[in-house]
Every structure is written in structure tokens, then in C-alpha cells.
Design a protein around this ligand. Structure first.
Ligand code: NAD
Length: 360
């Protein structure tokens, strides 16, 4: 029986409520496909501060690094905002990201047909929206040196950052994008600003070099301003978008609006020592403990964990299809409720998904 160790990180706010639902789904998959999942649950963020006085302990980091995959929820809340930046819950998340070193952020942008009315785009524009954005996560302008704010001799203040990429940083994230495309529609659009930025010229060169090993994948290049426009004009043209940290940050939020709800969007950080899967949303303190949070982003994060972290594609399909048929049958948590649907709580939404999970 295949065995996997999964570290669960519920974090704060709605985290524990939705992660426990995802665990029920994973347990069902284990039973259906005869896998054994060994879970370890760790404290991270605010709950770790309350218990151990720090957002991420060494012990937790060791556990994380010894796992096959990480399923994270989210951290943070008003309660810990009085603390200095480096002792807040978010510092725990940054600590994990640094420890695992995942350099590619995956953001699927898929619109379930029954959710069309939640999209910010017209029906005629969204058509079959199903793309994934691969964003470089640990380099680029957010990390480049030199950076800072200085006062020049003439008294003028100057702020500056550096967008820099080394060839191997581009190469490794490009490989992730091409590998993903091989399991999808085999189309990669690499987004840059090569008409203006030198760093983008290198980006384009390296992506072209990596592409030589993926001749079955169609590669095109697009300037970021055009990409931002195309995402709202005709998002169905995209399969895999590959881009740098800054452009990916902006484009992934833009694209996510086409799907309508924050409670539905999973993401992943891959390529490091262990891959981590998590919802895009935060701890939603306004609805914590009320059994109204939408567990779908967390459950779809578990599906991503199967597909990209554990290479279990049938298992991932089982979950995604169950979510889709639950939505088709009209089950809705309050955030995605419309007249005529059946309003359910967090747990009942998961019950409905569990009822629809089948072996692929
Ligand atoms: P948020 O995503 O927590 O909430 C924004 C809005 O969306 C709220 O109205 C919330 O109720 C709703 N929402 C979010 N997830 C939902 C779900 N699953 N079901 C139904 N409704 C949902 O963002 P925020 O309010 O800006 O931040 C709250 C806290 O979360 C802050 O402390 C912030 O720092 C933290 N945060 C953490 C992460 C992370 O850990 N990755 C990410 C974003 C925000």
C-alpha cells in the first residue's frame, strides 16, 4: 500500500474549520484508492505564537522538511497585529516558504460552468476558462539588490529596486511550466517586457533554450501589458502562463477575478524541498467559527497536492469532479449563494462533495 506523510497546517481563523474538511476528503481518497496517509498537524502563525511564543518553531520546521507534502490553510488576525513585523503570524509563513524554497507558484484559474454568474466577465468572454499561471516566486524585483531609498547630494530623495534574474532561476521555473503543459493543452505563453527590460531579454532567451527540450509544446511570448489586456479580452486562449515574480503577482490576481470567488481558489508553491498547497484566501476572521466558510479552495488545494505534489492524477480528478458536480447540483456556502440554490454550511458542503467522490 503506497504511504505518504502529509503535514497539515491549519493556522488561524477559518483555517482549522476548512482544513478538517479537506482531511475528510483525503481520508475518502485513501479508502477508495488504498493509500495510506500519515498526518502530522503542526502549529503555525498566531496559534503557534499563543502556544510557543513564536510563529514558527524549529521543531515545526523539521517536521515540515521531513514530509512528502504540505497542506496549509492561512495565518493571521487582529489579535497579533500589535506585534512587530518579524514576530507576527505572517513571519511564520515567510519562514516556511524560505525553509522549503519552492520557487514556482502555481495558480490555476478555472471557472466551473455553474459558477459563471459569479465571474466579473461576460459569458461570451469567459467560454471555457481553464488556465494555470506559473509565477517565479523567490527572485526578481521583490528580492533584487541594490534596493532602498536614498537622499541624493542635491536633497532629492530616490527610491529604487532591482529586477534581476540569473539564468538558472529562469530555467528551473520554465521547466515547471513546460512539464505542466505536457499534462494539459501543451501551450505555454511566456510573459515578459522584452521590448524595454534587459532582464526580460535574458528571460526570453532562456525560455527559448528550455523549450528546445519540449518540442511538443507550443511556445509564444507576450508582453505583459498585452497579457493583462488579453486576460480580460479572451482568457480562454491561455493554457499555461509562465512569468516572473512581479508580473505573476499582478496577473494572477487579475485572472482570479474571472472565476468570481476567493473561497474557490487553490494555489501551490513547488520546486523546493517539499511542495506546499494552500487556498489563495486568508483567515477570514469575520466568519471564523460560524460554519459558513467555503471549504472548496482548501479541498481543491488537496486535489492540487495529489496532482502536483504526490503525482496522483486520478485521485486529483476524483476530487475536482466531485466539487464540480456538487456545484452543478446547486450546493452553495453563503459566499457563493444565489436565489434558487441550496444554502449549506462548511461541513454540509463537504458532505455533499464526499457523496460525489468516485474512483476514476
Ligand atoms: P481574507 O481572504 O481572509 O478575507 C477577505 C474576505 O473574503 C472576507 O470577507 C472573508 O470573509 C472572505 N473569505 C475569505 N475566504 C473565504 C472562504 N473560504 N469562504 C467564505 N468567505 C471567505 O483577507 P483579509 O480579510 O484581508 O485578511 C484576514 C487575515 O488573513 C489577515 O490577518 C491577513 O493577514 C491574513 N491573510 C493570510 C494569508 C495567508 O496566510 N496566506 C493570505 C491573505 C490574508
Amino acid at each position: 500500500m503506497p504511504e505518504f506523510s502529509i503535514t497539515m497546517m491549519p493556522g488561524d481563523g477559518i483555517g482549522p474549520e476548512i482544513l478538517s474538511q479537506a482531511k475528510r476528503v483525503i481520508d475518502r481518497i485513501a479508502k477508495l484508492y488504498k493509500h495510506k496517509f500519515n498526518y502530522t498537524t503542526v502549529y503555525i502563525g498566531g496559534c503557534s505564537i499563543d502556544r510557543f511564543g513564536e510563529p514558527l518553531t524549529e521543531e515545526t520546521t523539521k517536521t515540515i522538511l521531513a514530509s512528502d507534502a504540505l497542506l496549509f490553510s492561512s495565518v493571521g488576525g487582529e489579535k497579533w497585529n500589535y506585534l512587530p513585523q518579524n514576530r507576527r503570524p505572517e513571519a511564520g509563513l515567510l519562514g516556511i516558504r524560505k525553509a522549503i524554497g519552492g520557487y514556482a507558484n502555481l495558480r490555476p484559474v478555472k471557472l466551473f460552468p455553474s459558477m459563471k454568474s459569479f465571474s466579473t466577465l461576460k459569458d461570451s468572454v469567459i467560454k471555457n476558462l481553464d488556465m494555470i499561471i506559473v509565477r517565479e516566486l523567490v527572485s526578481g524585483i521583490y528580492f533584487g539588490e541594490p534596493r532602498g531609498v536614498v537622499t541624493l547630494p542635491n536633497g532629492v530623495r530616490k527610491g529604487f529596486n532591482t529586477m534581476s534574474y540569473k539564468d538558472y532561476e529562469i530555467e528551473r521555473v520554465a521547466k515547471i511550466a513546460f512539464d505542466l503543459a505536457m499534462h494539459r493543452e501543451r501551450k505555454v505563453v511566456s510573459v515578459d517586457k522584452a521590448n524595454v527590460l534587459d532582464v526580460s531579454t535574458l528571460w526570453r532567451e532562456v525560455v527559448n533554450e528550455v523549450h528546445k527540450n519540449y518540442q511538443d509544446v507550443e511556445l509564444t511570448h507576450m508582453y505583459v501589458d498585452n497579457a493583462a489586456m488579453q486576460i480580460v479580452r479572451d482568457p480562454s486562449q491561455f493554457d499555461v502562463i509562465l512569468t516572473c515574480n512581479l508580473f505573476g503577482d499582478i496577473l494572477s490576481d487579475e485572472a482570479s477575478m474571472a472565476t468570481g470567488s476567493l473561497g474557490m481558489l487553490p494555489s501551490a508553491a513547488v520546486g523546493g524541498d517539499v511542495d506546499m498547497f494552500e487556498p489563495v484566501h486568508g483567515t477570514a476572521p469575520d466568519i471564523a467559527g460560524m460554519n459558513t466558510a467555503n471549504p472548496i479552495a482548501q479541498i481543491l488545494s488537496a486535489a492540487m497536492m495529489f496532482r502536483y505534489g504526490l503525482n496522483l492524477h486520478r485521485e486529483a480528478n476524483s476530487i475536482e469532479k466531485a466539487v464540480e458536480s456538487t456545484l452543478n447540483d446547486g450546493y452553495r456556502t453563503p459566499d457563493i449563494f444565489k436565489e434558487g440554490n441550496q444554502k449549506v454550511g462548511t461541513e454540509q458542503m463537504c458532505d455533499a462533495i464526499l457523496e460525489r467522490i468516485r474512483c476514476e
